[in-house]
Design a protein around this ligand. Sequence first.
Ligand SMILES: [Ca+2]
Ligand SMILES: [Ca+2]
Length: 494
Amino acid sequence: MKIHFVLALLCSVTLMSCYKTQLSPATAVNDPREKNGTGQLALAGVTYYVATTGSDANDGSLGAPFLTINKALTVVAPGDVVQVRGGTYNEKVHFPVNGAKANPITLTAYPGETPVISGQGLSVSGTEGLITLDSAAYININGLEITGLSASSGTPVGILIMHGSDYIHLTNNHLHDIDNAGGSSYAILVDTEEEAIWMEIDGNTIHDCATGTGGNLVLNGFITSFSITNNTIYNGVGTGISATGDFATNGSFSPVNHGDFTGNTIYNLHGTDATGIFISNGLDMIIDRNRISDTDQGIVLTSVNPNWFTQQSYIRNNFVHNCSRSGISLGHPSAGVNSIMSNNFVVNNTLLFNGAAGSDAELTVWSNARQNYIRNNIIYARPAGIFFDLNPGGTISNTGNNAYYTIGVQQWRRNGAISNTLANWKLASGVQEISSTEGIDPLLVSTVAGAEDLHLQPNSPAKNTGSFSYSGTLDIDGQPRVVNFTDKGADELQ
Ligand SMILES: [Ca+2]
Ligand SMILES: [Ca+2]
């Protein structure tokens, strides 16, 4: 995964060089700071143990474990590991000591056991985490169950990361029931005005959080070079994964930048525009190989804050289906001219039966989204659905090799007017759509409600009819993206 992230960044560097004449601010991609030293377990270091049968007067050895996680974290030095035995720990956890390069501090489950950090009965004052990392560095948190922090006032958070914490790795944790239904809560919240670098959030499971106006996995602020990969988020309220730029402490506006959102599975989230993956004011974002279904919106790339524009991002190889609003949306309906977003790539996605709630389309481009590149997608609309909604001011620089299909009436929409044929759509919109098709069933494995499978049948006409274009190296399954010739959609037949 780490290699994949680096490859993705290299790919981004290559593409940036092609487009640098069209970009103005913040085109620097190479971070001069070192890129290693993240997450390696130290070869030497003390392992301390915590158990519900322990005592904080003990020495923290396996035979004489501590009682509380917080006690263990006060004795650790860089390179040390804290292993927590199974059972429930009813405490708010803080890290008073930082790790160091190649010597992180690791808090992890004892092998084969499930420690639960429970917020049951604990109070919440302001924005407060069950685990808090404040100005922390080189910390790994792995394999913990984190649950039961709820409040009707204040903002409960499962894992809270603040104030520019760097080299933080959250892996394989299980977070659930972090609730403030009438206010806001977060399973994981990164909220920082100081730059936070090299964060990894991988393999976590988040579910059944009533987050109100908060969200499940939310990054807000000046965050550079991060990866959010292979997480599963389901059954709850609020956006699945959100990343939003914000003002830095020096007063300049800072986009979330160089982020990798790969291999996440997100479903059954509702609330006010609960979105599978929502990115605003982002630079060099890769949204690759995610599976999103039954959320309000699928993937949104926008610039809500007019102080920065989202650019040079890739939405590719994703399955998105049964979202009540758009499957993929670029831009913002009420965005101003200062938030123009450009040079974004929507390639090799498979969209099915989105836009059920009203008039939203499978794919929507709003007025402030310019010079977008839309190729190789399978867009399979509901019988009354709309394939593509291109709003006034929105522009496309390159479209083609898309497959449009519905068993109902074909509908493309440009500035509110409907076209019913690909030829009329091209005339009305001015987009190219070279080698795009209409009315040819892409032969997905299943479009049956509740049993959707967006892979291709072996004889799909999508096979070998895409064109290689910024599609990445792997398909939705992690298989090679190109076999003979690129297939349309997120699945490559092997
Ligand atoms: Ca192929
Ligand atoms: Ca495949």
